[in-house]
Ligand binder design. Structure first.
Ligand SMILES: [Zn+2]
Length: 238
């Protein structure tokens, strides 16, 4: 998640796309004022943050020049996440197909080459140690059979993401922001458990992104014992 020096730039027609999909997914209430920009993420990642009246959306700039259907698809994915709506499969298909295109994969690999990096900090944080946490979760939820990727804390605090599994680098990186006493263990474990599910269900072209959450994934995620509590804690964060 290193940033390049090139600045983010507005997505042409981005706000209109999000407004449209907001209605199409049946999200309730008045739509927020959408601000949508292309952002130089190190991978195919997109984020949305709701604040007061507005929604701030960042689409990976790997989507620059992508067909409208792909942008709509990405919008549906993000909106369905924050508003807990189910996006219809036919809307998502354009995005899924796009990420699997050899051209897209080459482009994302190139971005990663420039912007991505291996985790430098190990699993032991100042409060939480990811290694025993992984072992415990693995034993409890995966019968101890899940392959263990490299584990580490991000070297900087991320603003948009709690954790990330990168299949290409075979690593789980957790947002260092979580490594503090005010964050309960069940919330950290939940984020790690979520990333472990990505290890179990890898998508070749999807990296750290949100596109990998199938219905099956979501159901499996709810097996985590403190799921509701953890979601509540994390959703409440500013
Ligand atoms: Zn995920």
């Amino acid at each position: 998640m290193k940033r390049l020096s090139e600045p983010p730039s507005p997505v042409p027609g981005g706000a209109a796309i999000f407004q449209r999909l907001y209605t199409r997914l049946g999200c309730r209430g008045r739509p927020p004022r959408f601000e949508v920009e292309f952002y130089p993420y190190a991978n195919l990642m997109h984020t949305i943050r709701l604040r007061e009246e507005g929604a701030h959306v960042r689409l990976s700039d790997a989507l620059r020049g992508a067909p409208l259907a792909v942008l709509e698809s990405a919008a549906a994915i993000l909106l369905s996440r924050v508003y807990r709506r189910r996006a219809p499969g036919e809307i998502l298909r354009a995005y899924r197909q796009f990420v699997l295109l050899p051209r897209t994969r080459r482009r994302v690999a190139a971005l990663r080459g420039v912007r991505g990096s291996r985790v430098k900090l190990g699993p032991r944080g100042s409060v939480y140690d990811l290694a025993p946490m992984f072992t415990r979760l693995n034993r409890h939820y995966f019968g101890g059979r899940l392959h263990r990727p490299r584990l580490g804390w991000s070297s900087r605090t991320w603003r948009a993401q709690f954790g990330c599994f990168d299949p290409a680098l075979d690593q789980i990186v957790m947002n260092r922001w979580l490594d503090r006493p005010s964050v309960p263990r069940y919330a950290v474990e939940y984020v790690l458990f979520h990333e472990m599910l990505h290890v179990k269900h890898p998508l070749r072209a999807a990296r750290c992104g949100i596109e990998a959450h199938s219905l099956k994934f979501r159901m499996e995620e709810k097996r985590y014992a403190n799921y509701d509590r953890a979601r509540k804690f994390l959703d409440r964060l500013p």
